[in-house]
Design a protein around this ligand. Sequence first.
Ligand SMILES: Cc1cc2nc3c(=O)[nH]c(=O)nc-3n(C[C@H](O)[C@H](O)[C@H](O)COP(=O)(O)OP(=O)(O)OC[C@H]3O[C@@H](n4cnc5c(N)ncnc54)[C@H](O)[C@@H]3O)c2cc1C
Length: 265
Amino acid sequence: MVLPPFALHRPTTTAQALSLLAEDSVPYSGGTELLLAMRMGLIRPTALVDLKRIPEMQEIRTDRSRLLIGAGVSHDRLATDPLVEQHARLLAAAEREVGNARVRAQGSIGGNICFGEPRSDVATVLIALEAELGLANSAGERSVPAEEFFLGPYWTARDATELLTAISIPLPCAEGVYLKFQTVERPTVAVAAVRRPGGDYRVVVGAVGEVPVWADYPGVGEVDPVDLVGRTSPVSDLTGSERYKRHVTEVYIRRAAELLAESER
Ligand SMILES: Cc1cc2nc3c(=O)[nH]c(=O)nc-3n(C[C@H](O)[C@H](O)[C@H](O)COP(=O)(O)OP(=O)(O)OC[C@H]3O[C@@H](n4cnc5c(N)ncnc54)[C@H](O)[C@@H]3O)c2cc1C
């Protein structure tokens, strides 16, 4: 599994990076997924566009109404950054549990999202927090809600010529509970249950199906685990049968809703 040859570009601005992107000239951040996929011969880009030297991709800041996170920020930084802890505790907590020490140090939030790996803690939490994903290409910029970004396994709304530049989370941030069930690398079932700033509730189920699913409820007592499990698409694999995963998912949704209700008493 030797890496095939490729050219390496090291832009220092987003504009430079965008001018270098093409179908076979792809963004490269921590490389935890990309280099593995290249080693396995699953993708064969002729050039990598390294995003690590672009300062704005490494920023974490707030403006009046949003927490803004550069796409290149590592899981480790998100787990420990004071602004993230202050404004988006659920994200910080989930980030502390991502992968292993190497993946957290090297892997970026943007790489996690753009790879479209279904077993993602990050995607589950970002949908719960109603994040917006900032995309740019040489023709302009657009913003896509996290809930519309994940289209299927390893398939997202990002065009090959686009960069994910930043993740924007509305403030005040939804608060709640994040639970995951995991026996091997990456979660088997991930559940985020939050009270939204408007006072209603959102439950997101990730990892277990092809894409995260979610539902909104006027009260936490109205969360319907059976209905929500029915919306997922688990498949039998080494981490469990479809039936087993549906059962675990239902238990975790129920538990998350109970914990959220308890936290409000
Ligand atoms: C062993 C292991 C365990 C893991 N466990 C977990 C887990 O428990 N929970 C979880 O949620 N995740 C887990 N992951 C996934 C991990 O979070 C991702 O591998 C990591 O975040 C990817 O980031 P990266 O910077 O390394 O991406 P890269 O490998 O550099 O890139 C990944 C993909 O995204 C593209 N890309 C990267 N940045 C951008 C950008 N800014 N704009 C557009 N496209 C971009 C690349 O072209 C590539 O297609 C695990 C991964 C591994 C290898």
